[in-house]
Ligand binder design. Structure first.
Ligand code: NBP
Length: 467
């Protein structure tokens, strides 16, 4: 007879590492996987000596847990979660808590919260970021759903989460319903944007400077030493320094130039479009992956489509670094703007300062400058845009000229930089007190009699188009 604290369902890479993390922090853990062989291999391997027991079925799993039970699902997002809930429900009792740690769509999570509430079971959508290493050593954890249920499991989540420099756990209540998975989705959208920006910086160093991978690694390391330090910069520097075990070539030379995705970037763009929030850097990154997959077309077109004959001198690395920082801030600004808009529309209870704190360590988009958003100056940036935060004044001032120079040189040079260019267009749109949307209004009225608003009086008017 066991009296375990929590069960982990799903023993692929994330579930295994989370279970080990939980056991390391003194929790009694039960594990279950649909395919028993994986459970056996886990128990005979990594789980040996840990406070983990295996359940052969969900009945045994439920019987092994202290009540009210806490069950953590870590399975493939989508129908697997619903299948599991159906199988689990007969063994659960009112008051039990089920957490979904996978990358579920937040609308699915909201529906599951309601469905499970009808059965007396609390369902929490728990965004987890940090990859397999993070799951083992301390991820960033973004829980949402019924608050009372969260309060019960909060100490366990805090124990296994990454910690900030002052020892605070990188987890906190995100809000009701699918709030946790919404925040994780936006996290992944920002991740797409920043990864694309880093890939473009690498491309400019390669094509503009002819810089070999090892030297590039040092440049990324330099950038990572300053206030723009981030996990994605750090791993990019490391990747550039690595060589292929088979050929001894730089590892990037043997990796095909096509990038896949699991859909969270697309979800972010789609939610942003639905809410009417511009996230151009994130969407450019999603589309850049699509363009990368047009490999045959790109190869066929390369000798056929003309490009620039003259090659202007490339931007220096210091300029590129400053451009990259501002473009990165623009990607985060878009993500935070989306979170604020979602809060206005749906009232999840999202708090951007708390989200910045939870993203400070453990997750893929962790970055030093998030500290400035935790202690943001509300007067200028609250409910507006983080690019207006006084903490970023200096980076914005020096970054804008650098970003402009980098994007124009890339265009002259014929190197595609959709992420950098989108960040610049976003920035320039924000600083344009007047945009040419007056012409759009006029065009809409001209062909569709949609009417337009005037600058000098209220109301809807029509133009003199009939002459
Ligand atoms: P996968 O996403 O590859 O899922 C594999 C697990 O799902 C296995 O345990 C599998 O059991 C189980 N499963 C499936 Br598939 N269908 C099932 C069903 N109908 N009923 C019960 N179990 C089922 O694993 P992962 O990469 O560890 O990721 C787990 C979750 O965490 C995903 O939602 C993922 O998006 C998310 N996530 C992953 C990362 C990462 O870095 N990998 C980071 C953050 C979040 P089986 O062994 O019997 O096939």
């Amino acid at each position: 007879m066991y009296d375990n604290d929590i069960a982990v369902v799903g023993l692929a890479v994330m579930g295994q590492n989370l279970a080990l993390n939980m056991a390391r922090h003194g929790l009694g853990v039960t594990v279950y996987n649909r395919t028993w062989e994986k459970t056996e291999a886990f128990m005979a391997g990594p789980a040996q000596g840990a406070s983990i027991i295996a359940a052969m079925d969900l009945k045994a799993l439920a019987a092994s847990l202290k009540k009210p039970r806490a069950v953590f699902l870590m399975v493939k997002a989508g129908s697997a979660v619903d299948d599991l809930l159906d199988e689990l429900l007969p063994w659960l009792e009112p008051g039990d808590i089920v957490m979904d740690g996978g990358n579920s769509h937040f609308e699915d999570t909201t529906a599951r919260v309601l469905r499970m509430r009808d059965k007396g079971v609390s369902f929490l959508g728990v965004g987890v970021s940090g990859g397999e290493k993070g799951a083992l050593l301390g991820p960033s954890i973004m829980p949402g759903g019924p608050r009372q249920a969260w309060e019960r499991v909060a100490p366990m989540l805090a124990a296994i989460a990454a910690k900030t420099g002052d020892g605070r756990p990188c987890t906190g209540y995100m809000g009701r319903d699918g709030a946790g998975h919404f925040v994780k989705m936006v996290h992944n959208g920002i991740e797409y944007g920043v990864m694309q920006l880093l890939a473009e910086a690498h491309d400019l160093l390669l094509r503009g400077h002819g810089m070999e991978a090892r030297a590039q690694s040092e440049v990324f390391d330099e950038w990572n030493a300053g206030s723009q330090a981030s996990f994605l910069l750090e791993i990019t520097a490391d990747i550039l320094a690595r060589r292929d075990a088979l050929t001894d070539a730089p590892i990037l030379d043997v990796i095909t130039d096509t990038a896949g995705s699991k859909g969270t970037g697309l979800w972010t763009s789609r939610s942003a479009l639905t809410l009417g929030v511009p996230v151009p850097t994130i969407t450019a990154a999603v589309e850049a992956r699509m363009l990368s997959n047009l490999r045959d077309l790109r190869r066929m077109s390369a000798p056929l489509l003309p490009g620039p004959r003259e090659t202007p001198p490339p931007a220096d690395r210091e300029c590129l670094g400053r451009a990259l920082f501002l473009a990165t801030l623009a990607a985060y600004a878009q993500g935070f703007a989306l979170i604020r808009a979602a809060e206005e529309a749906w009232g999840f209870g999202l708090d951007t300062s708390e989200i910045a704190r939870v993203w400070r360590e453990g997750c893929i988009i962790r970055a030093a400058f998030l500290d400035d958003l935790v202690h943001d100056s509300p007067a200028r940036s609250d409910a507006h845009n983080i690019l207006l935060s006084s903490a970023f004044d200096a980076h914005v001032a020096s970054g804008q000229a650098a970003l402009r120079r980098t994007v124009s040189q890339a265009a002259n040079f014929g190197v595609p930089v959709p992420g950098l260019a989108s960040s610049l267009a976003y920035y320039d749109s924000l600083r344009s007190a007047r945009l040419p949307a007056n012409l759009i209004q006029a065009q809409r009225d001209y062909f569709g009699a949609h009417g337009f608003e005037r600058t000098d009086m209220p109301g809807v008017f029509h133009g003199p188009w009939e002459e």
